[in-house]
Design a protein around this ligand. Structure first.
Ligand code: TNX
Length: 502
């Protein structure tokens, strides 16, 4: 990039001033800081350059010093100065971690070898919740692949990973009190792909790995719809499939079989399944599942789904959502639900809504979302025609769906969170980009759909609305400059022609 260009940073910081040129990075440059932060930096530099910077316990003459000082920056904030020495001061440990991520984007290879671009940065996030959702049901991602996703999103300063753990096509988490879920309900996935599930130790490993990168895991048990797989293990918990016109039509369109009670479902249809709302046994099941998942999860949230319950009457849906949202509160967690659950007036106070309508929503969707705020909850924004990472980039793109529209990088970037719904700005907890995986059959597929659009989601979630670099032209230039970093990390991004990749 030319000298007058913005510093190649995504998400763009609150303030960033470029200096003249680079500071060389010698393999002997010492790093001083708490062990966790120092090794985050040392390991990442090694992955990029092949050399391992030495740690030092001497603060005064370290080439790179990593500090925490709450007086310098607020929660998750940091300052970073790259001059003859490098100094990062986090407002807390997360802030220091984000400062290190920024520094890594300033690490560039050139004729004179490796060096940092000189910069002076002061930064903090706009939203407390910056999320990505991974649908591990339609396609199952083993633990190692989830860790890779965690590394990739942490580098963009996301702090939540929402795991969509259950759906019609498969159940992905071991539940000791209902052992047949792992044994029978986990074997399938969409398209006849291989299933799988996380044992409790697997899940703990994911939670711990995420925590070491300042990411909170948000587990979702999707209820009362999206529950066909439960019936493969425990038929007494679910109703017979509801074969509505839309399902029959779309299933025929995709050339797939209709769901059959008790058999694994591998199609893409939605809205055909429901747990038995009026049976007490259903609530024993749900309580056991939520208790075990809650016990595995140190984070504050339990996502209870609530989307597309098309086979459930409005009264039954309300009955279920009231009881289950209250159950989550009793378990000491904060419920999150997809925005349809906002229609339920008795939903537990403080439930957080996840909005998936468009950036210019229908009145019905907007009203459902606004209800969460009326009842003391806040909102996570996932507008489907901007941040759904499973939408096609363009009509010819082989992966993805198009029901919410085509989402090119500009579409993913050009929207403002506070303009979507008529709610006070401080009721927006944050932004999340979901990756549904009906068309995804490998981590490589997932990466292509995520990257580069996920960078747009990251910037919308992090950078304040009045940020000087918050324009499409600036973003486009900065995004192009990510290519060498992403290539070095082995990210198989979609090299869309919208961007001039450097
Ligand atoms: C809608 S939007 C769903 C998912 C699908 C997705 C595909 C929402 C909360 N649910 O069940 O996987 O569309 O794009």
């Amino acid at each position: 990039m030319a000298f007058t260009d913005p510093l190649p940073l995504i998400p763009s910081p609150i303030s960033a001033t470029a200096g003249q040129g680079r500071v060389a990075l010698a393999p002997t440059a010492t790093v001083h800081g708490a062990p966790a932060a120092a090794s985050t930096l040392i390991d990442a530099v090694e992955r990029r350059t092949g050399f391992r910077l030495p740690a030092s316990d001497r603060a005064d003459d370290a080439a790179i010093s990593l500090l925490v000082d709450p007086a310098t920056a607020g929660a998750e904030g940091y300052t970073l100065r790259v001059a003859d020495r490098v100094e990062i001061i986090g407002g807390d440990e997360a802030g220091l971690f984000y400062g290190i991520q920024t520094l890594l984007q300033l690490l560039r290879d050139g004729d004179e070898g490796w060096g940092w671009l000189r910069a002076d940065v002061a930064d903090a996030p706009r939203f407390a919740y910056r999320g990505v959702m991974l649908d591990v049901t339609r396609h199952f991602f083993p633990v190692a692949e989830v860790k890779t996703v965690i590394d990739r999103i942490a580098a963009l300063k996301f702090n939540h990973l929402h795991l969509h753990l259950t759906d019609d096509q498969g159940w992905r988490i071991q539940i000791d009190s209902w052992p047949l879920l792992a044994e029978k309900a986990a074997v399938s996935a969409a398209n006849g792909d291989e299933g799988g599930f996380y044992s409790k130790d697997d899940f703990r490993e994911i939670v711990a790995y995420a925590a070491s990168r300042h990411i909170t895991i948000v587990p979702e048990i999707d209820l009362p719809g999206h529950t066909h797989a439960i019936g493969v293990a425990y038929p007494e918990i679910v109703e017979a499939p509801v074969l509505n016109d839309e399902l029959v039509r779309s299933t025929a369109l995709w050339g797939q079989k209709l769901p059959v009670a008790g058999e694994p479902y591998t199609g893409w249809g939605v809205g055909h399944s429901s747990v038995r709302i009026r049976e007490e046994g259903t609530y024993d099941f749900v309580r056991d599942v939520l208790t075990e998942v809650g016990d595995l999860t140190p984070g504050p949230y339990l996502h209870i789904g609530g989307d597309e319950s098309l086979g459930t009457s409005a009264e039954d849906f309300a009955h279920f959502v009231e009881r289950v949202s209250a159950m989550v509160i009793e378990l000491g967690k904060t419920p999150i639900a997809w925005h349809e659950a906002g229609a339920v007036s008795g939903i537990a106070q403080g439930t957080i809504g996840q909005f998936w309508g468009g950036v210019e929503p229908s009145e019905a969707h907007a009203a459902e979302a606004a209800q969460f705020v009326e009842r003391g909850g806040s909102l996570i924004l996932s507008p489907s025609n901007a941040v759904y990472l499973d939408m096609k980039y363009d009509a010819d793109y082989p992966l993805g769906l198009a029901w919410a529209g085509l989402v090119d990088v500009r579409r993913a970037y050009d929207w403002e969170p506070t303009d979507v719904l008529d709610v006070p700005a401080d009721e927006i907890l944050g932004v999340e980009g979901p990756l549904w995986t009906e068309t995804v059959r490998s981590l490589a597929d997932a990466e292509q759909l995520m990257f580069p659009r996920i960078a747009a989601v990251a910037e919308r979630a992090w950078t304040p609305a009045d940020g000087a670099e918050l324009t499409w032209e600036s973003f486009r230039a900065r995004l192009g400059a990510m290519a060498p970093l992403w290539q070095a990390d082995g990210i198989r991004f979609h090299p869309t022609s919208e961007i001039d990749w450097s």
